[in-house]
Every structure is written in structure tokens, then in C-alpha cells.
Design a binder for this molecule. Structure first.
Ligand SMILES: [Zn+2]
Length: 238
């Protein structure tokens, strides 16, 4: 008898965490459905990457318009006139990259989608490095939202965050094992074709690959990668 797989929704940004999550969820045997959000992010290129990854995996993918968020909650991620800060996430100036309450908005809509298509689980790829300035990536927030989503109707959709206690390096390690095509992922906040290597998400990503003795294929050339590694080492020493 052919067994029906459980459906799962995966919040898919086009970045390395959610791409790894997508591979992880499929590896666990779920019937995956990917959801991405357009909230006016300047790194809109990530949505094209998300589409490519889903196509490669033959996973149904929808991109939802959440431009309303940009109207009420400006951030360096959404406004061209606010400069994306360079350096490490630990630096004070990184708070400007927070889109207030972004994850609750996205997860809330994704939960509606899960309820309507009969998906039992909603996966979200936040990890322990996100917790520093992004409150809506923390275990406490996830636990509270999980409870609220479970109470929203009779279907009791469950919010799953398997990476919440993992580091970015740990996610990278898992992804390399699962053969995630990291070349097809985009993380850089500045949104250029090649990562800038200097914004906080680039620095964090470089750290993760270096910790795994791997090269980030997103840079294309060894020289650009070397420059990113040098910058990461420079800001980490501080
Ligand atoms: Zn960058």
C-alpha cells in the first residue's frame, strides 16, 4: 500500500537556513510546500533563488505579497535610503536591520495556508545566532506562537523549528551532508548578484562555511571568497 505523506509548509526565504530546512523536511519524508514573502526587501533576488531551489526539488512554491509591512515598518532591509550596516551581528548598529514583528506576520499567514491545505506542520528555520537581535526568532517567541497557532482552530497546526538551538555552522554542516545547492541560495542584505561579504548576514555565513572547512559557492571566484574570509576574520577579532 502506498503511504500518504504528511503535508508540511516551509517558510522559504531563499537563504541558506531555509534552503537547508527544505532539504531537511523532505529528507524526513514530508510532502513539502514552500512559502516565500515579498515584503519589499532590497535583497529581492532571494525570492528568485527560492523559486529555483523549489523548482529543482519539484516543490510547490508560492510567493505572497506582504508589501504592507514595508509601509508601516521601515528598516535597512526595505528602504534604499537607510544604509545596510557592515560588520558583525554583535555590533550595536545592526538593530536597523530589524523588520519589526516580521516573523509573526509571515508565520501567521503561513499558518492560515497550512490550515487550509491540511498541513499538520509549519517549519521555520530560525537558529540560535538569530536570537541576538531578532526577538521573533527566539525559543520563547516560537513557543508562545506555537501555542497561539494551535489554538487558532481545530486543525492544531504545529510550528516546528528544528534548528532553533543550532548554530549557523551546524546548519551548514547538515546542509553540506544533505547536498543543499548553496550556490542557489542568497543571504546578503544588500541584494547584489554576488554577496558583498561585509554585511552581518554575509559575515555570519562566511563564519559558518569556514567552521566547516568549506567554500561558499555563492562567491563564484576564489578571490572574492578569500576577501570575504579576510573581512570576517577582521571583524570577528574586534
Ligand atoms: Zn552582504
Amino acid at each position: 500500500v502506498k503511504e500518504m505523506k504528511d503535508k508540511a509548509i516551509i517558510l522559504t526565504s531563499g537563504g541558506m537556513d531555509s534552503a537547508t530546512l527544505l532539504y531537511y523536511v523532505i529528507d524526513k519524508g514530508y510532502d513539502a510546500y514552500a512559502v516565500s514573502f515579498d515584503y519589499g526587501q532590497r535583497h529581492k533576488i532571494e525570492l528568485t533563488k527560492a523559486k529555483k531551489i523549489c523548482k529543482k526539488l519539484n516543490v510547490p512554491h508560492i510567493i505572497l505579497d506582504m508589501s504592507v509591512l514595508n509601509k508601516v515598518a521601515p528598516s535597512a532591509l526595505t528602504r534604499k535610503n537607510i544604509k545596510v550596516p557592515e560588520g558583525h551581528y554583535a555590533d550595536d548598529n545592526m538593530k536597523i536591520t530589524v523588520v519589526p514583528n516580521r516573523n509573526m506576520c509571515m508565520l501567521s499567514i503561513a499558518a492560515s495556508y497550512a490550515m487550509s491545505i491540511g498541513a499538520k506542520k509549519l517549519f521555520f528555520g530560525s537558529h540560535n545566532g538569530d536570537a541576538a537581535i531578532y526577538f521573533d526568532c527566539r525559543p520563547k517567541f516560537v513557543a508562545a506562537l506555537n501555542k497561539a497557532i494551535g489554538l487558532a482552530d481545530w486543525r492544531k497546526v504545529k510550528l516546528e523549528t528544528p534548528f532553533i538551538n543550532m548554530s549557523k555552522a551546524g546548519i551548514c554542516k547538515l546542509g553540506l551532508k544533505l547536498n543543499v545547492p548553496y550556490k542557489l541560495t542568497h543571504s546578503c542584505y544588500k541584494g547584489g548578484k554576488v554577496p558583498c561579504g561585509r554585511c552581518a548576514t554575509c559575515v555570519e555565513r562566511t563564519e559558518a562555511f569556514v567552521a566547516n572547512h568549506a567554500i561558499d559557492p555563492a562567491y563564484g571566484t576564489p578571490k572574492k571568497w578569500e576577501r570575504a574570509v579576510e573581512y570576517m576574520q577582521e571583524v570577528t577579532r574586534k
